[in-house]
Design a protein. Structure first.
Length: 315
């Protein structure tokens, strides 16, 4: 199938920000000590603010200070005032060292993963972790290699277990070897620019930046709000190609496909609109004012390129 600028045979997935978020109790208690009572939605959002602060990945051991940038951005987005920022960072640093801190399941991620699996692409995990990742993912019923309660993976790559970490392209080559897929036929989904986007590009793999709150303004790479959106993009492009071949021979032009599900319908619209929210709103209004009669075909002029790009998948 084709999406995000090329053919897709395999999808690699990060874990932090894709499946796991910081536990609300652990980080919430740390923030309370500086007078900040952030709600669940604010705490989830703060993670992606922190991830955006990791746009430039330093060389060497990431544990030697890299997370300070994450924790500062996390604290600020959660509502910590400037005069208590240093105190909050110290408290968060201790909180993030606690066992079980990365245990909150990203809402909708399991359904999104199931949707990705249903497209038929080969799946693999590529994550910077602590050596226990495969065991935890299996225990949580998210995914595993071989049979189990979760979605089957070709391989689960944990940086501590294999001795190489993102953004080193070598960690992506392990996934490519395990899946037997060429780099230009693989996608990698992750929530940081420095580790996930830059690392994938260095390995010749196409990245998709998971950025549900739209923090990233870099238009050089594609963005998506969640796994379900990416799965719908893969399915839509695969279906649209086959329907295009059936219909365009008689009509001599490219159709804008009408899909049944709300998510897929929105994705179809985004192909030809640089402002998705306005496009969806206008389309709904036009449907009310100009309902399509039975057997009537709605046709749009051919566009230069109907593939998803960074503008069409942003929120």
């Amino acid at each position: 199938m084709r999406a995000f600028g090329g053919e897709v045979d395999a999808v690699f997935l990060d874990v932090g920000g894709v499946f796991h978020l910081p536990d609300h109790r652990i980080v919430g208690e740390a923030l309370l000590r500086v007078g900040v009572d952030a709600g669940p939605d604010r705490l989830d959002r703060a993670h992606y603010a922190g991830a955006q602060a990791l746009a430039v990945w330093p060389e060497g051991d990431i544990r030697l200070g890299i997370w300070t940038a994450y924790e500062r951005a996390y604290a600020l987005d959660a509502g910590v005032p400037d005069d208590r920022l240093d105190e909050a960072v110290a408290l968060l640093d201790a909180a993030f060292a606690e066992k079980g801190v990365w245990s909150r399941l990203v809402p909708g991620s399991l359904d999104g993963l199931a949707a990705l699996a249903a497209t038929g692409v080969i799946l693999a995990i590529v994550s910077n972790s602590d050596g226990t990742l495969e065991e935890r993912l299996r225990a949580e019923g998210i995914c595993q290699v071989g049979p189990g309660a979760g979605v089957p993976m070709a391989i689960v790559i944990d940086s501590d277990a294999v001795g190489v970490a993102k953004p080193d392209p070598a960690i992506f080559r392990l996934a490519l070897d395990a899946t037997g897929v060429a780099p230009d036929r693989a996608l990698h989904i992750g929530d940081t620019v420095g580790a996930d986007v830059d690392g994938a590009l260095a390995a010749g793999v196409r990245p998709v930046h998971l950025d549900p709150y739209g923090f990233c303004t870099d238009v050089s790479h594609p963005h998506a709000p969640d796994l379900a959106t990416i799965a719908a993009a893969l399915e839509m492009h695969d279906d649209a190609r086959s329907i295009h071949w059936k219909r365009s021979a008689s009509l001599g032009r490219l159709l804008v496909m009408e899909r049944l599900s709300d998510a897929s319908t929105q994705l179809c619209i985004l192909l030809d609109n640089s402002r998705p929210a306005n496009a969806v709103r206008n389309r709904q209004r036009n449907k009310r004012l100009h309902p399509v009669r039975p057997n009537e075909r709605r046709v749009a002029p051919r566009t230069a390129d109907s593939r998803f790009d960074s503008a069409s998948l942003r929120h």
